[in-house]
Structure formats: structure tokens, C-alpha cells
Write a protein that binds this ligand. Structure first.
Ligand SMILES: NC(=O)c1ccc[n+]([C@@H]2O[C@H](COP(=O)([O-])OP(=O)(O)OC[C@H]3O[C@@H](n4cnc5c(N)ncnc54)[C@H](OP(=O)(O)O)[C@@H]3O)[C@@H](O)[C@H]2O)c1
Length: 351
């Protein structure tokens, strides 16, 4: 398994992270015995990075993780969780207030039987709590030793930059990672989020890298998915998110490239994401060891450039304005010099 540094931090994580949203999920997930088998297979492959959240399976994911981590060398692992979603009816058991962040972190540590978490992420933005309060509460957790690093998920790009500027002003820890929906079908984050993360020295972690299973190719020719499959249970959200004519044509291409290269479509789809060094890790969600294996292969195997290029061009992401303005105006209005200023800035492709 290959490793990458998480953003500009010194934390090395495997480029395939073990997603645990399936752990304890009674409808489309797996039980504790299978979760244990998944963790064992993942660690055996050289993986060191595990992602969970208090919300997953109504806290069961964290509890199962706590049980199955027994006997593992905890310090060899990078364990990440998140807070933000409502944990009960109380108005304070949600969001990013100082009160909730600290309580949620302590509750996660208790459920997982851990003294500390390596990465603690805010699961979304809280429009009702000042960002100063949120960043200072997160920093206090870092200083108290309960967490090592902080990250965010599902924030707008301007919120990422504002949060880190606030942390800087307060002398506190900045976000080192952003966790976002990203796969061959949904490439929205290329426009604003990835450039913001690169600018901020943050690594990008990708959730639903297989479009919740669509990119495995297993729905080709299927009218109604079987019970237990994510698309059967969550179709009300996933169909609109991932399914349209051109997206299905792209899935066909992933399968064809898999056939050509003798690789599972899963390995091809994840490996395409990892071509971009701005991406640190893909979060592999599985409900059996058999499902996990081709994801683990993407931790080692690199998709050849020509195939990556074909996939990139098959369903190009439209960046819209202001990128189309820049295409016309930016390059033509700046003098071409031999040396590019040594600043870390990324724009979506202009050509
Ligand atoms: N920050 C956030 O807001 C957020 C949101 C979502 C997820 N996450 C994180 O990201 C992780 C991954 O997300 P995800 O589960 O949506 O990822 P995904 O890789 O897009 O989907 C995983 C699902 O695809 C199917 N699958 C995977 N490998 C397969 C294989 N080899 N053959 C056939 N089917 C296969 C399985 O579903 P079926 O068997 O049911 O078809 C599996 O549960 C989660 O565990 C969680 O840690 C974060």
C-alpha cells in the first residue's frame, strides 16, 4: 500500500482509507464479525487510515470500531472521526458550538475506547456558530491531546479559507484535510474546493469514490437493485446524485478499460482519482472482504496515463463562470515569462 502525506502535515496515510459507514448498518451494511474481517484485511494490506463518524449507524460504527481495534497496534493507525449531525433532540447536541464539539469528541473517544483521535473533522458547516468559536474549541482539543489534527468536510471553499484564516489569527491549528464527494461522475470539487485545499496546504479525502457502487459496473442491465444494495435502499438520494445517460456511458467505459487492463472496474475508478496528487486518499466503503479487495489494489496500482486521460475526457466537468471568463481573459492578459512565480495556486484547467 502506498502512502501520502496529508496536505502539508507530517502525517502519512495510506492512499486507500477504510471507510466504516457500513459498519453496523442494518439495511445496507455489515455486522461486527464482517467489520472485523474488513479491518483485518485492510491492515494486512498495509493500510493505516480509518474513517468513521458519530452519526454512522447511529453510533454503532464507532462502537464496533472500538471493539475490533482491540489487539491492534493503535499507534500504527490513523483514526479519524467527525461531529456535526444531531445526536439527539437537544438543540445543543448538533452543530459546531464549543459545547457540542467537546462533548461529541469525548463521546466518540469513549465509544471507540481511545485516548486520542488522529484526525477530528467537522462534518459540515454550521451557519449559526461563529467560526472563531468552532476553531478555538477544535484547537483546545488539539492542545489537550484528545485529537492530533483537524479537518473539515462538505464546506464551501470560502468557508475553508475563512476557517483557516481565523485559526491563524487565533494562533490555533488549521485544517489539514477536506473530505469531499468526488468520483469520475461527480467532479464538482475540481472548480473551487480542490484549488482551495491546495492553496491551504490541505489534503483532499474522497467520499463515495465509487458513486455508492455505481462505478463497479454491477448495475449494468439491472432495472431494480436487490434489497441490501445501497441503490435499492437509498435510491431516493442516489439516483439524482449519480444516474443520468452520460454517467452510465462513463461506467461502461470504466468496465471496458478494466477488461482491457485485466483490472476490476473498482480498481480503475479509484486509481483514476489517485492520479491527482492533490488527493491524499480515497475512502473505500465495503460490506464484505470480497468487495474490499479491488479497492485495496488501488492502493498500489497506478492507472496508465492514456487510460486516465480517456476517462477524464469522457464526462468532462463543466467549470462554468468565472472559469470561462478566465479561459478568454487570463492567459491573454498576463505576460508569458520563463519562470512561474513560486506560489502554490491552482486553477481548474484553462485549456
Ligand atoms: N464526509 C461525508 O459527508 C461522507 C459521506 C459519505 C461517506 N463518507 C465516508 O466515505 C466512505 C466511503 O463512502 P461510500 O461507502 O459512499 O463509498 P463508495 O465506494 O462510493 O460506495 C461503497 C459501496 O459500493 C459498493 N461496493 C464497493 N465495492 C464493491 C465491489 N467490489 N463490488 C460490488 N459493490 C461494491 C457497496 O455497496 P452495496 O454492496 O450496497 O452495493 C459499498 O458499500 C464511508 O465509509 C465514510 O467513511 C463520508
Amino acid at each position: 500500500m502506498k502512502h501520502r502525506y496529508l496536505g502539508n502535515s507530517g502525517l502519512a496515510v495510506s492512499r486507500v482509507c477504510l471507510g466504516t459507514m457500513t459498519f453496523g448498518n442494518k439495511s445496507w451494511g455489515c455486522d461486527e464479525a464482517t467489520s472485523q474481517a474488513l479491518l483485518d484485511a485492510y491492515i494486512d494490506s498495509g493500510g493505516n487510515f480509518i474513517d468513521t463518524a458519530d452519526l454512522y449507524s447511529d453510533t454503532e460504527s464507532e462502537k464496533i470500531l472500538g471493539n475490533i481495534l482491540k489487539g491492534k497496534n493503535r499507534d500504527d493507525l490513523v483514526i479519524a472521526s467527525k461531529c456535526w449531525f444531531p445526536m439527539n433532540e437537544s438543540p445543543n447536541a448538533r452543530g459546531l458550538s464549543r459545547k457540542h464539539i467537546i462533548e461529541a469528541c469525548e463521546a466518540s473517544l469513549t465509544r471507540m475506547n481511545l485516548d486520542y483521535m488522529d484526525l477530528y473533522q467537522i462534518h459540515g458547516p454550521d451557519p449559526y456558530t461563529p467560526i472563531e468559536e468552532t476553531m478555538s474549541a477544535l484547537d483546545d482539543l488539539v492542545r489537550s491531546g484528545k485529537i492530533r489534527y483537524i479537518g473539515c468536510s462538505n464546506l464551501y471553499a470560502w468557508q475553508i479559507v475563512k476557517a483557516n484564516a481565523t485559526a491563524d489569527k487565533q494562533g490555533g491549528a488549521p485544517f489539514i484535510s477536506g473530505q469531499y464527494l468526488y468520483n469520475l461522475i461527480r467532479r464538482d470539487i475540481e472548480t473551487e474546493i480542490i484549488p482551495a485545499c491546495v492553496d491551504q496546504g490541505m489534503g483532499v479525502l474522497c467520499w463515495s469514490p465509487l458513486a455508492s457502487g455505481l462505478l463497479t459496473g454491477k448495475y449494468q442491465g439491472v432495472d431494480i437493485p436487490e434489497p441490501g444494495l445501497r441503490f435499492k435502499e437509498m435510491g431516493h438520494i442516489l439516483n439524482d446524485r449519480f444516474i443520468w445517460k452520460e454517467a452510465l456511458e462513463l461506467v461502461d467505459m470504466v468496465c471496458q478499460i478494466g477488461d482491457e487492463l485485466g483490472k476490476n472496474p473498482v480498481t480503475v475508478a479509484l486509481s483514476w482519482i489517485l492520479k491527482d496528487q492533490a488527493i491524499t486518499s480515497v475512502l473505500a466503503g465495503s460490506r464484505s472482504v470480497e468487495q474490499l479487495q479491488p479497492s485495496l489494489e488501488a492502493g498500489e496500482w497506478d492507472l496508465p496515463d492514456e487510460h486516465a486521460q480517456k476517462l477524464t475526457e469522457k464526462l468532462p466537468h463543466e467549470h462554468g463562470y468565472p472559469c470561462d471568463w478566465m479561459k478568454v481573459c487570463l492567459l491573454s492578459n498576463f505576460t508569458k515569462t520563463e519562470r512561474v512565480p513560486n506560489r502554490v495556486q491552482r486553477f481548474p484547467p484553462l485549456a
